[in-house]
Design a protein around this ligand. Sequence first.
Ligand code: NAD
Length: 420
Amino acid sequence: MGTGQVTEANPYDMALAQYDGAVKHLALKRGIEDYLRVPKRELTVNFPVRMDDHTVKIFTGYRVHHSTARGPTKGGIRYHPGVTLDEVRALAMWMTWKCAVLNLPYGGAKGGVVCDPKRLSLQELENLTRRYATEISVLMSPEGDIPAPDVNTTPQIMAWIMDTYSMHRGYPVPAVVTGKPVPVGGSLGRAEATGRGVMVSTREALAQLNLPLRGARVAVQGFGNVGSVSAGLLHAAGARVVAVSDSRGGTRHPEGLDPRALVRHKRESGRLDDYPGGESITNEGLLASDCDVLIPAALEQQITAANAERVRARLVVEGANGPTTPEADAILAARGVLVVPDILANAGGVVVSYFEWVQDLQAFFWSEEEINERLERLMVRAFLEVGATARDKGVDLRTAALVRAIERVAEAIMILGIYP
Ligand code: NAD
């Protein structure tokens, strides 16, 4: 596993290549090593949705649980035309490691529906969501598996999932899903949590490199939930956002862009590449931007063997899951580019999802200050722990984060034993 073309093509092969690289630094029992290489369970659902023109269309969706050794499974749901079972498997495995790095009492899961939400009306999106939620309800519950937002899924979609599940139970069950709107049991601070974690990771990594955050030039690929919030919070902390992009291309300005104005522009025109305050760039151009920090916050496999040589940043902070292929990792390391891996850098979302679930279960809600403080504490602690492991073992931050995570999951498996 993990060679050449294969890893570039398939996110699951990529997740396995990373896993195989990390287990070399651990003395795991062979059975545990093999057990953690595969998802615990996988569900594929094909289901009908009534469209606005009264036709019925069949959609395919997935929900994969990678591990339940440390607790119920947690992981987002993605709506995208490119969703595949292997992509969902990879994302579920990364969720296991992410929850373990942050020491959250969860295993990893992920879900996805093959669809283009831009081509669905609001009613069709609701119909699709409610039917998919019903189809995966054989796996989903507050005690067993708790979904959350991912690419193209929103707080409104989470509310429909909660409502569908609640209708079947006969009473409200807010803890079945996180990332909900605040009025129906969502948490303050959840919408910004992933971006806030990216900001904290960037700040900590720059401090390690003895570089100031104030004035640091940042380029952000992907301007959705993660990318736009990361850009906004870094700008507010004094960094200069010099380039941003979305799926259609982007814009740059060496003196810095105002993320709030970019959000407004994207809301109005639907794109970034025609922003009047900047010069239009392609996505490849964005990755090669003249900047100090590059934040990939779109999809997996964006920084590859084909373009890693052109990355000019000193620091890459992975807002997206799996944006850097193992081949690109090696090229960046050889060039002295520090990479803060996804399972650490973008963990802020699942941390505040955990807080949301705890608040829902207790029916007792915290203030935004309390949430942000706890998030900051957990992110900084994990960052320092991963840094210490990297120094002890002489490995990069990705390997160190994976080593810590795999160790924790393996320990739980050893304690639980094998049933029967
Ligand atoms: P989103 O749907 O809100 O935004 C995705 C953005 O990426 C959009 O702006 C889209 O236009 C852009 N994009 C898509 N393809 C692109 C391409 N080829 N080049 C440039 N931009 C492109 O999704 P999100 O929730 O912000 O998720 C982004 C990434 O962060 C994903 O990898 C996701 O798994 C990861 N993530 C999300 C969360 C969360 O809480 N939402 C948490 C952790 C990790």
